[in-house]
Ligand binder design. Structure first.
Ligand code: ATP
Ligand code: MG
Length: 353
C-alpha cells in the first residue's frame, strides 16, 4: 500500500527526532511492502520565521489531503514573547480544529527496563511495568466554551453535547476491546450537570460493549488513585480539562518524558501523531534527544490510522529489545553511559523484523 504522510518537523529537537522516525517507517515499509510518501511542511516557529504565521495555508491543505500527520514539536524561547494568535502553539490548535481531531490518545507505558525512573514504590508497580491509555476529549468542554471578563469578574463555561460525549466514549470502548476490556470514565457528576450528562451517555454506549467492564470515578478520586494504585486502570475516558491534567499525571508516573507518544484522531482514519514532550530547545541539534516517543508515535499511526497491527507491534518490540540490551539516551541513562539520537534510531531499525 501507498500512504501519504504530512510531516511537520517543527522546532527545537523536532527535526532531530523526526529524522529517526522516518528511518523506522522506511524500514517498516521495506520489510512489509508498504510505501510511505512524505511531504515536509512548516508549522510553529519555523513557519513564523519563514512566512510570518504559525500555520500556513499550504500546511493545512496538505495535511487535509494526506492519510496522516506526523509532528515533531513546535515552539521555543525565540517566539515566547509573541502574543495570542501568533504563538507557535496556535499551529497545533489550528490543526486539531481544522482536521476535526476530537480524540486524544495518550498511553502512559512504563517499560520494565526503566522501572528505576518511576517515582512510585517498587511494590506498587511490580514486575510487569505499567500500561494505561488515557482517552481525552479534545475539541469541547471548558477549553472551548464561552468565556469573558466583566469588570472584576471573569468566567469560562463548560458544555458538552450528547453527541460529543458519545463519539469519544465509543472511541474509548473500541480501544478497550483491543486491550484489556476495562474502562474507567472520569467526571465530577456529584457537582456538575455536564458530568451527569457525560455519565448518562457513557452508560448508554457501554450497553453496546457487554464484554467491557467499566466504572465511573470522580476526578479528584482518580487523581489520587493514579498515585495510590495505578495498575487498577487500563483505559481512562474523560473530558478535555480533566484529561489534560490526568494524562500529565499518568505520564509522570512513568518518569520519562522522552518515551511517551500520542495520537489525535477524528471520525475518519486520519490522525495526528506526536511525542508528548515539547521542542526541548535546551538540547536541540546536539544529537542527544530521545527519539523513542516519536518512534512510538509512528507505531500508534500504524495501529490507529492504517490498521497495521503487525507492523505497529514490530516497532514496539524493536524498542523493547533495544532497551533490554541496555541502550539508553541521556534522559533515561540514570548516569550510566548513553548513546546519541541517531544511534538509538539505527539500533531500533536494526531490531525491526
Ligand atoms: P512544552 O511547553 O512544549 O510542553 P516544555 O518547555 O514544557 O515544552 P519540553 O520541551 O518537553 O518542555 O522539555 C522539558 C525538559 O525535558 C527539557 O529539559 C528537555 O530537554 C527535556 N526533554 C524533552 N523531550 C526530550 C527528549 N525527547 N529527549 C530528551 N530530553 C527531553
Ligand atoms: Mg514550553
Amino acid at each position: 500500500m501507498n500512504y501519504k504522510l504530512a510531516v511537520i518537523p517543527g522546532d527545537g529537537i523536532g527535526p532531530d527526532i523526526i529524522r529517526e522516525a522516518k528511518k523506522v517507517l522506511n524500514k517498516v515499509g521495506e520489510i512489509y511492502g508498504h510505501n510511505f510518501e512524505y511531504t515536509d511542511l512548516l508549522a510553529g516557529g519555523a513557519a513564523l520565521d519563514a512566512e510570518g504565521i504559525p500555520l500556513p495555508q499550504k500546511t493545512m491543505d496538505v495535511c487535509k489531503e494526506s492519510d496522516s500527520v506526523l509532528l515533531g514539536a513546535v515552539g521555543g524561547p525565540k517566539w515566547d514573547n509573541l502574543d495570542g494568535k501568533m504563538r507557535p502553539e496556535q499551529a497545533l490548535l489550528g490543526l486539531r480544529r481544522g482536521l476535526g481531531l476530537f480524540a486524544n490518545l495518550r498511553p502512559a507505558v512504563l517499560f520494565n527496563e526503566l522501572k528505576a525512573a518511576c517515582p512510585l514504590k517498587d511494590e506498587i508497580i511490580g514486575d510487569d511495568g505499567l500500561d494505561i491509555m488515557c482517552v481525552r476529549e479534545l475539541t469541547g468542554g471548558i477549553y472551548f466554551g464561552k468565556r469573558g471578563t466583566e469588570g472584576t469578574k471573569a468566567f469560562d463555561t463548560l458544555e458538552y453535547s450528547e453527541e460529543e460525549v458519545r463519539r469519544i466514549a465509543i472511541r474509548a470502548f473500541d480501544i478497550a476491546m483491543k486491550r484489556n476490556k476495562k474502562v474507567t470514565s472520569v467526571d465530577k457528576a456529584n457537582i456538575l450537570d455536564s458530568s451527569r450528562l457525560w455519565r448518562k451517555v457513557v452508560d448508554e454506549v457501554a450497553k453496546d460493549y457487554p464484554e467491557v467492564s467499566y466504572e465511573h470515578m470522580y476526578v479528584d478520586n482518580a487523581a489520587m488513585q493514579l498515585i495510590r494504585y495505578p495498575k487498577q486502570f487500563d483505559v481512562i475516558l474523560t473530558g478535555n480539562m480533566f484529561g489534560d491534567i490526568l494524562s500529565d499525571e499518568a505520564s509522570m508516573i512513568t518518569g520519562s518524558i522522552g518515551m511517551l507518544p500520542s495520537a489525535s484522531l477524528g471520525e475518519t482514519g486520519k490522525g495526528m501523531y506526536e511525542p508528548i514532550h515539547g521542542s526541548a530547545p535546551d538540547i536541540a541539534g546536539q544529537n542527544i534527544a530521545n527519539p523513542i516517543a516519536t518512534i512510538l508515535s509512528v507505531s500508534m499511526m500504524l495501529r490507529y490510522s492504517f490498521n497495521l497491527e503487525k507492523e505497529a507491534d514490530a516497532v514496539e518490540n524493536a524498542v523493547k529489545l533495544v532497551l533490554e540490551k541496555g541502550y539508553r539516551t541521556k534522559d533515561i541513562c540514570a548516569g550510566a553511559p548513553s548513546i546519541g539520537t541517531d544511534e538509538m534510531g539505527d539500533l531500533i531499525v536494526k531490531e525491526l523484523k
